[in-house]
Design a protein around this ligand. Sequence first.
Ligand SMILES: OC[C@@H]1[C@@H](O)[C@H](O)[C@@H](O)c2nc(CNc3ccccc3)cn21
Length: 452
Amino acid sequence: MSPAPVFPEGFLWGAATAAHQIEGSPLADGAGPSIWTRFAHTPGMMLNGDTGDVACDHYHRWKDDVKLMRELGLKAYRFSVSWSRILPEGTGRVNQAGLDFYSNLVDELLANGIEPLLTLYHWDLPAALDDRGGWLNPDIADWFAEYARVLYRALDGRVKKWVTLNEPWVVTDGGYLHGALAPGHRSKFEAPIASHNLMRAHGAAVKAYREIGQHEIGLVVNIEPKYPASDSAQDAAAVRRAHAYMNEQYLHPALLGHYPPELKEIFGEAWPEWPAEDYDLIQQKLDFVGINYYTRSVTKAAESYPLNTGVVRQPLGTYTETGWEVFPQGLTDLLLWFKQTYGDLPVYITENGAAFFDPPTADVDETGQRRVRDPLRIDYLRKHLGAIHDAIQAGVDIRGYMLWSFLDNLEWSLGYSKRFGMVHVNYGTQERTPKDSARWYSQVIQSHGRKL
Ligand SMILES: OC[C@@H]1[C@@H](O)[C@H](O)[C@@H](O)c2nc(CNc3ccccc3)cn21
């Protein structure tokens, strides 16, 4: 019987959400529309025609949600701010009601002993800025820094852990290359420009923080280990491309000051040569990196655009509702790679979780209590926390874990069809029901990881 895992003193146990996925009321109290409000109201973009107009109604239910976080024993809560609630036109006029919403949320979290981790950008760009070119306009680095300064001045000190961007890879790959996510562009020429401007904006926001803020700021990336489907040279080259495109494309410029060479190979004529001063702007010193981990990819050479790679489904693998293989070892491997490649920068696991089938309404157990049984999610979480512990034992400086997600929520263009929450949401009544995984996670937190 292996000894109970011991997580480091101060390890931060929390859960995560994002504004557009839970808040609803996207235009309330002077807020401007975001590209996701626009995208969701464009016919054919969202499964079942779902929108974020109501979502989990967190915009009105935030106090009860924070109370539930406390009851479940969360020590931290990662959330994002909707840029267009703060600056309805993206720049210029500040909407005080929007700022008040997040200020009140932060105060309520602190009053309940929960540390806020604030993400400045989790995909919901103000529509007004998209009309000015959005991430394709180099001015967006200044626009983003202007927005960040408003929040730094209002919240720094109460918020002590800031994140600039959530997953620039998804913003670019989904929003500009393949078009599955807002703003729905499909261009190999636009993708590198959006990607680079995202990183310039990240750098500008960190630079602004160093002038105003007194605490910590970092970047959140989604990365996943790429394993070759065979020992062929073609598959090894495919792994190299896929690894560079997802795992190195953002961490390299942010931490090493250059892009991986494979990007020029992947994008060819569509890969611009960037001026040296851009790399100086991007490579601002960070206090931590957030890693979002969900799965791995067994990768082969294949006809595909633009990577010429494919993912091989594992016949004996276990898969989630989003078609992602459950592979906890990949998280340990990834964390060891991160340490080896980028050194001892502190790491938070800022998202980890899984969508398995949960019923639209909670059951009622023999005591008359609402209940949602989710053993597959408990197994997923237990194994991934074990993988994190293995990496900690191997010397990786992992400071915390934010379970994705606190609530069932809007899974972007998949609408409400996928449930990632530790807390079930009945979208008909907005009733919240802690799933068995939430009860289990409470015990994990209370035992500081010993009761995995
Ligand atoms: O899909 C689950 C979550 C999503 O709800 C979060 O808003 C987002 O931060 C998030 N990122 C990933 C990482 N992987 C990913 C891969 C392809 C498309 C979208 C996300 C998963 N998730």
